[in-house]
Write a protein that binds this ligand. Structure first.
Ligand code: B12
Ligand code: SF4
Length: 554
């Protein structure tokens, strides 16, 4: 049987589209979990993506919705279908000319993903990679390849070039970076059968080029800013020029999501505190508050979630956190016993802490602490965490192990900072350095699991020990886990990475500290106090920086 198909088909993989239980955690787990063991660990994802009655996807990653909105300026809705892998053969047919695929993390080789799958063996791929391959090698694409062009774009498109998979997957064009100015001419050319370039580099578009979306995005993602000027050398979004999306456009996008069944909105940004910022990264408190309250007031919105934010603004002006909390905490989907909110809710925001080493901080990310100096970074982290926790913000923080030039004393400083955060309410995710293409560290060497030092393993597993202790639900599960730790080490871990992980891993499994005291840097026996303390206040050294002035007057 032949299908006519749609002229343009847009697709995203199941694991990148999933919003099961409104849990970003779960989606991130899918990105990091070894596919081979996913079923065994009881993790399902495909069956949870909802499909509309005509077979189209109910929600896909926001970037693909932006592409769709741009294409709807040149093509009619009947020319375009947006779907998941399982429905591709309903829409790709004889008349299809372009298939556009979104790639968030297509090979699972970015921060935090391959490291976790790698703990199960080199040949273990994360779920994301397996799901993306299932989509991009779908038989219907091969069958109709002679008359269609395959275009892949999204924040992870670089991974395909990096791993040399473009030809094997018969991808005609890879689009790297922001695509507002590229999509329309590219798809018009492809639809009319013209040759298209093998690769396009996107550049930051003008604000007016970013369209209002027409259909629902995964997790109700609504962009509030794009770009970030803090300039961290390992970060790809550092290269995007900064802008805030106008409030009417934000609210239209919220209404679009709600009209299609979303009850949760995720305010998406590289840094929440950059929204309508003033000079020198000054937080625009009134604008932020108005935006939060306006989004929360849209009928049908039950939950509001956050993506990323820096920690320095919470130290500059703690009242920002307090003022945003009625929405950020009160409408959060997350709950934890440690919250003092009446419904036990807490706000979760991704915060990149990355290192405790002032030397590495200065070298690779000194803009992150502004208006504070790099030397104040540990104080900024400790004070910022105190402020956030006080208002029931339990951030999810990342650290990067193996940054270029990392020495043992740098890892020790990160361990010292980690130890000082032992009572914090947070989740801490250790990741390994990955040189993202086109970043300033793009040509440097990746950190590798097999080369981690014993100090780095100690950092890695101490983070997870904190997380287990903070998020543990049942002592029975914990007990089973503790027993599994030595089994994992002797059956697999030792063979994969050698002995460097042994004692840190035993700490993860709650083995008595007296067995490990002489083998590990941090003393968990209770006799040693952390080297850092939460400061009473952190002075702002830049006299030109005047947080007390209203934005317009500074
Ligand atoms: C929201 C978000 C999430 C959410 C929701 C993800 C989802 N599936 O919808 C959550 C929290 C779940 C998440 C998880 C992860 N994320 Co995420 N996420 C983001 C965030 C903050 C916003 C994405 C977004 O919607 N941006 C706005 C849209 C408009 O931008 P865009 O997607 O890039 O789309 C543009 C272009 O890429 C292009 N485009 C997009 N699709 C297509 C398709 C075609 C055909 C074409 C031509 C063009 C095109 O056009 C768009 C307009 O310019 C970004 C950071 C950022 N600000 O972009 C990180 C980011 C994309 N995530 C990242 C990572 C690493 C992850 C995880 C792997 C984290 C982890 N270790 O677990 C997981 C993977 C999850 C998964 N299963 O895929 C990295 C990607 C790094 C990389 N380049 O490889 C980013 C850049 C964050 C960072 N700074 O490190 N993420
Ligand atoms: S602060 Fe965050 S988004 Fe901005 S450049 Fe640094 S890592 Fe990237």
């Amino acid at each position: 049987m032949t299908t006519r198909g749609r002229k343009i088909v847009l697709a995203a993989s199941d694991s990148e589209s999933s919003e099961y239980l409104r849990s970003t955690w779960r989606q991130m787990l899918l990105a990091a979990m070894p596919a081979r063991y996913a079923n065994f660990l009881g993790v399902d994802w495909s069956s949870f993506n909802e499909v509309a009655s005509d077979g189209q996807a109910k929600y896909v990653p926001h970037g693909l919705r932006v592409v769709e909105a741009l294409l709807l300026r040149d093509f009619s809705a009947d020319d375009i279908a947006v779907c998941y892998a399982d429905q591709l053969d309903r829409f790709v047919g004889d008349e299809t000319r372009v298939v556009g695929v979104h790639a968030h993390n297509p090979l699972g080789i970015t921060f935090a993903t391959d490291v976790y799958a790698g703990l199960y063996g080199r040949e273990c791929e994360p779920v994301n990679a397996v799901e993306f391959r299932r989509l991009i090698t779908h038989p219907v694409l091969r069958r109709h390849k002679p008359h269609l062009k395959l275009v892949v774009g999204g924040p992870g498109a670089w991974q395909i070039e990096h791993k040399g998979m473009q030809d094997e997957w018969q991808i005609d064009c890879l689009v790297d970076g922001e695509a507002e100015d590229i999509v329309r001419p590219l798809f018009r050319a492809a639809v009319s059968g013209q040759e298209i370039p093998r690769k396009f580099e996107g550049h930051s578009p003008g604000l007016e080029s970013i369209p209002r979306i027409r259909h629902r995005s995964t997790f109700g993602v609504v962009e509030i800013t794009r770009g970030c000027g803090r300039g961290c050398q390992f970060c790809s979004v550092a290269l995007r020029s900064g802008k805030s999306i106008p409030l009417p456009q934000i609210l239209d996008n919220v209404r679009t999501q709600v009209a299609e069944g979303a009850d949760a909105i995720m305010l998406t940004t590289e840094d929440l505190f950059l929204y309508e910022q003033g000079p020198r990264f000054r937080t625009n408190r009134p604008a932020l508050k108005l935006m939060f309250e306006s989004v929360a007031a849209v009928e049908g919105v039950r939950y509001v979630g956050l993506t990323h934010g820096t920690i320095a603004p919470a130290v500059v002006d703690p009242s920002i956190i307090e003022e945003l909390s009625p929405v950020a905490v009160g409408m959060s989907v997350h709950r934890h016993e440690a919250s003092t909110h009446p419904d036990k809710r807490y706000a979760m925001m991704f915060v990149g802490l990355e290192t405790g080493s002032v030397r590495l901080f200065k070298q690779h990310m000194k803009g992150k602490s502004y208006p504070f100096r790099p030397e104040q970074w540990p104080d900024v982290v400790l004070k910022g965490m105190e402020v956030m926790n006080r208002h029931n913000w339990f951030p999810m923080c990342t650290f990067i192990l193996g940054l270029p030039g990392e020495r043992p004393e740098d890892t020790r400083q990160s361990l010292d900072l980690l130890f000082a955060l032992k009572d914090a309410k947070w989740c801490v995710i250790p990741t390994l350095f990955v040189p993202l293409d086109e970043t300033r560290l793009g040509t440097r060497k990746s950190a590798r699991i097999a080369e981690l030092t014993d100090l780095q393993w100690e950092f890695f597993f101490t983070c997870w020990r904190y997380n287990l202790d903070f998020f543990r639900k049942s002592p029975w599960v914990q007990w089973r886990f503790n027993l599994g730790v030595p089994a994992y080490y002797y059956l697999l871990g030792r063979r994969l990475v050698g002995g460097a992980m042994k004692y840190p891993l035993l700490r993860l499994g709650h083995f008595p500290e007296r067995w490990m005291r002489r083998r590990l840097y941090l003393d968990f026996s209770g006799r040693a106090a952390p080297g850092y303390r939460v400061p009473h206040s952190v002075p702002i050294p830049d006299r030109m920086y005047r947080p007390e002035l209203p934005i317009l007057e500074s």
